[in-house]
Write a protein that binds this ligand. Structure first.
Ligand code: ATP
Ligand code: MG
Length: 352
């Protein structure tokens, strides 16, 4: 030993301080040829000192005696390094999280947009289809009127004008339906809420559709079991809602529709069910039927006409009037639409 440990220590301390390093350190002396530590200070870092690559030859000029290395080890080096890079590391992590989130958001938006655009294309196809028939019918009727043999015959002109008026009315109704949906979506509507007897409105709506159903050799059965059937709704929108559901029950029952309209009370609510024995809806399509423009895909042929607006209207209005709407269906067997609307009595009941 040519240098005293205390001297070595103080030498190290000063040179480290001069180099701007204020970390705790361990040092040792490594000696050839037996490759062992002659000195380890503090002793517990012996292992790390042996493995450390911070070493320098002692007495480099002395080439005759065995080689001695001064070895250094900084126990708190990794903590120190972490402290040094922490701000950059933190910022990097934050940015990576932001980038990942925006990526997910973008992908989700694209998928949504794609869905909407598919629905829109279908809708436009449906609409074109719906308008093509009345437009060509009107054209045919006008052509007929202009024929010289017809133009002088009053009753023929009257008949063709009647057709034109009817087709025109149909187109107007369709345009109104689409426009109304846009207004409703924007929330620019007022509800004229009043107390009405749901059974009365149901009965009128049933009478309205019964003719069409009976023409197709079907039946509409009613079973009104609700004791309190007075509800607070906008009568016009409530009537439209019922008409939409009855219309669907009739439309999507290909042969001899058997439609059941029933009511009962549960927990201060009036429950109205409209059940049909039609084509039904597959479980995977069921959650989507309330979406605007959504129609269950039936391949290329759409033998049943519609815009896919009816149920989205029903959902919007029933929710706005404080009720709920749900659909239950078995593919190939039939569908049940269920409305739940708070009754006037029920509301009072909860107040007591
Ligand atoms: N009772 C039902 N039975 C079988 N499928 C139904 C029934 N009611 C609705 N659907 C399915 O849900 C879709 C959406 O219904 P919705 O009433 O919103 O639109 P639509 O009847 O196609 O058109 P619109 O009512 O605007 O004229 C329908 O296209 C149909 O595929
Ligand atoms: Mg419909």
């Amino acid at each position: 030993k040519r240098v005293k440990p205390a001297v070595l220590d103080s030498l190290l301390r000063t040179s480290l301080r001069d180099a701007g390093i204020s970390l705790d350190y361990a040092y040792g002396v490594f000696a050839e040829p037996d490759s062992a530590l002659k000195l380890a200070q503090p002793a517990k870092y012996g292992g790390q000192l042996l493995a450390s690559d911070l070493r320098a030859r002692l007495f480099p000029a002395d080439i005759f005696s065995p080689r001695h290395d001064l070895v250094l080890f900084f126990p708190s080096r990794s903590v120190f390094l972490l402290q040094q890079i922490w701000p950059q590391l933190g910022a990097t992590i934050v940015f990576m999280v932001i980038i990942a989130l925006s990526f997910v958001y973008t992908i989700r938006t694209i998928i949504q947009q794609q869905r909407v655009s598919v629905l829109m294309t279908d809708f436009i196809n449906n609409m074109t289809h719906e308008f093509k028939t009345p437009i060509s019918t009107v054209a045919l009727a006008v052509e007929a009127i202009l024929r010289p043999d017809v133009i002088s015959r009053r009753e023929k002109i009257r008949r063709y004008s009647g057709i034109i008026m009817e087709e025109n009315g149909r187109m107007r109704k369709q345009v109104e339906k689409i426009l109304q949906m846009a207004v409703l979506e924007r929330g620019e509507y007022e509800l004229h809420v009043m107390s009405v007897d749901a059974h009365e409105i149901l009965q009128k709506a049933v009478e309205g559709i019964a003719l069409q159903v009976e023409e197709r050799k079907g039946t509409v059965t009613c079973s009104y079991e609700a004791r309190s059937s007075v509800i607070k709704v906008d009568p016009m929108h409530f009537t439209n809602t019922i008409n939409n559901l009855l219309d669907n029950a009739n439309k999507y029952s290909p042969d001899a529709p058997r439609i059941l309209v029933s009511t009962h009370n549960i927990d201060g609510m009036l429950v109205i069910r409209i059940t049909d024995n039609g084509i039904g809806i597959r479980a995977e399509d069921l959650p989507k039927v309330f979406e605007r423009f959504y129609r269950v895909p039936t391949g290329n042929v759409h033998n049943v006409k519609g815009f896919g607006l009816g149920l989205s209207y029903v959902k919007l209005l029933v929710t706005a009037m404080g009720g709920e709407v749900g659909m239950n269906s078995k593919f190939g067997e039939g569908t049940t639409a269920e409305l739940k609307i708070p009754t006037e009595n029920g509301e009072r009941g909860t107040g007591n």
